[in-house]
Design a protein around this ligand. Structure first.
Ligand code: HEM
Length: 558
């Protein structure tokens, strides 16, 4: 009714409507600016400089114009702010389409990264509009996070055979479906991202929900599409003021609800069967032992609405969302890098693929029985993956947080952030800082190589070891791909650092190993360019690659 009246009004009196909207916007933003406490320095009273305000007609809706300009300019603004302010220990601000963001200098990271949610809370709840893109239960209790961090990570060694098997089966299943027929020399064309996302989705689901469901195409498509839809839906919702979310949120999330129903159709019978097993008192050792089982058990413990099929199904989709795209992007970028770097190799030089293949043959000689312990000995592979993830960083920023404490939060350097301040840190600009990473814009695949400090036995350094002040000195750059340091930001920081990175590293090492043992890549002249949209770097998912099965003959050519 209200919506119809508004539409009629805009249609009948367009000029008056636009003028009214502009006046209303001006009044609302003047009031909110006036009332909102500002970030400031407690002794000097200085406030952060805003980067990205329009230079022409600066009096004409500067904030609004800046918000629209943020769609394509955030990365340039972040570079400017990082070099001018962050490196001098000062914060700066950006008026982005999804709100005002304070970007803090890197030293503050150490102060906030382990603060409890009562002082600073993870902002993903709002960035991703979790209440609308997932549901209230996920927004209020993220119990899947400790399950991933502890239970899944603890099980990695025992799930490795399942990962190896499912990767093999799914590559063999999807390559004939997605690649063109081999030409006379055996070369096939494939859109690599389409292949990798299918393989990663199926393999991850083998570990998350078991063999029974992981090969169900309709379910896999629903979960992949769900993950794809979350970002645009939340981005769109973030363009509206928060008070409109309860009205607009349910409308914008209709396509997500449709996909949820599709996924639920497949999950429901399995969830019901597993709940039955628990109710019948089947001992734990005889029940399935995978992520879905742990999620069901934790949901039943919470009871009430948490224990419904809907809530459990959405929880499974939440984990899939966090896991599948991130891992597929990293895997696909790594394959792009292998093909691109091969084109830069001089005649007679070993290509990166050859180097990695040689290492795989040494660590896992035929019949290539992969296991988790020895996976850690693939030092070149780990260094390569770590560098590809650094180069393919998915965001301009990391560790977005909201100040929750009533009294706000004051940094050691005296910057006061009032309650409600949204803040973050530079990720891309920091990871491309020449003072931290020599030739930062180059893919130096031996940058993180650390076989030389590990004694070569793979036992002296455990990749799950935390970097602490005590052991910091003895490390050379960073250790493993999964090691989180304040200069390696691909997995976030502190208590909210990615809990799934150990699983991702295992899956990626297995995936690249499988690839190198079974297929060749035709060198690509350039790395397929990605494009940037507000805070996110959207990788090139359209790039076509030439691939060729490694027959006995090809292997001999190597
Ligand atoms: C290469 C692959 C991956 C990358 C690059 C990646 C990256 C990240 C980043 C940057 C964050 C945000 C940390 C922060 O806000 O400080 C994060 C959080 C998270 N990731 Fe990952 N991730 C990957 C794989 C996975 C996988 C496989 C899973 C699940 C099995 C997963 C589950 C999560 C979850 C649940 C969070 C939220 C943590 C929290 O809020 O405390 N991720 N990840």
């Amino acid at each position: 009714m209200i919506v119809q009246t508004v539409i009629d009004c805009v249609r009948d009196r367009p000029t008056e409507s636009i003028l009214s909207i502009i006046i209303l916007y001006t009044i609302a933003s003047t009031i909110s600016n006036y009332r909102k406490p500002k970030v400031h320095h407690l002794t000097t009273g200085e406030t952060p400089v805003v980067i990205g305000l329009p230079k022409s007609y600066p009096w004409f809706f500067p904030k609004l114009r800046s918000r629209f300009a943020s769609f394509k300019n955030v990365y340039a603004w972040m570079d400017e702010g990082y070099n001018k302010y962050s490196k001098n220990g000062k914060p700066f601000m950006i008026y982005a389409i999804d709100g005002d963001m304070v970007v803090l200098p890197p030293p503050v990271l150490g102060e906030i990264k382990n603060l409890p949610a009562s002082i600073v809370d993870i902002r993903a709840l709002e960035t991703l509009a979790v209440r609308y893109t997932f549901d209230n239960h996920v927004a209020t209790d993220m119990f899947h996070i400790p399950i991933i961090r502890k239970d899944l990570t603890a099980k990695l060694a025992s799930v490795t055979p399942a990962i190896v098997e499912e990767l093999d089966l799914s590559f063999k299943h999807y390559i004939p479906k997605l690649a063109t027929k081999p030409d006379e020399k055996g070369w096939q064309t494939v859109t690599m991202y389409d292949l990798i996302i299918k393989v990663v989705a199926r393999t991850s689901h083998r570990v998350f929900i078991g063999e029974e469901l992981c090969r169900e195409e309709e379910y896999l498509d629903a979960s992949i599409n769900y993950a794809v839809m979350v970002f645009p839906t939340s981005m769109l919702l973030n363009c509206f003021p928060k008070f409109l979310w309860p009205i607009i949120g349910p409308i914008l999330s209709i396509p997500l609800k449709r996909l949820r129903r599709k996924a639920r159709k497949h999950l429901e019978p399995v969830i019901l069967k597993r709940i039955d097993l628990i109710k019948q008192g089947v001992p734990e050792s005889e029940r399935p032992n995978d992520l879905m089982q742990w999620l069901i058990e934790a949901s039943l413990v919470r009871g009430g609405a948490f224990a419904t099929i809907d809530a459990i199904a959405v929880r499974v989709l939440t984990v899939a969302f966090a896991a599948i795209h991130t891992t597929s992007l990293s895997g696909c970028n790594t394959i792009y890098d292998l093909a691109w770097l091969a084109s830069k190799t001089q005649p007679g030089e070993q290509t990166p693929s050859e180097m990695l293949r040689e290492e795989i043959m040494r660590v896992f000689p035929p019949p290539h029985e992969f296991n988790k312990r020895y996976m850690q000995k693939l030092y070149n592979m780990d260094a390569f993956l770590k560098e590809s993830v650094r180069m393919g960083l998915i965001g301009a920023i990391h560790s977005e947080r909201n100040v929750i404490a009533k009294e706000g939060f004051t940094t050691a350097a005296g910057w006061h952030l009032p309650r409600g301040t949204q803040f973050t840190f530079s990720a891309r600009a920091r990871m491309e800082d020449e003072e931290i990473y020599e030739q930062a814009k180059e893919h130096m695949y031996t940058r993180f190589y650390r076989g030389d400090i590990s004694g070569g036995d793979g036992n002296s350094l455990d990749e799950q070891e935390e970097v602490t002040q005590q052991n910091e000195k003895e490390r050379k750059l960073d250790r493993y791909m999964v090691t989180v340091t304040e200069d390696y930001l691909a997995f976030g920081q502190g208590i909210h650092s990615c809990p799934g990175r150990f699983f991702a590293a295992l899956e990626l090492r297995t995936l690249i190993s499988w690839w190198l043992l079974h297929y060749d890549l035709k060198p690509m002249a350039e790395r397929p360019p990605s494009f940037q949209f507000v805070w996110i770097d959207i990788m090139n998912s359209e790039a076509k690659m030439q691939i060729r099965a490694r027959s006995i003959d090809n292997k001999q050519e190597d």
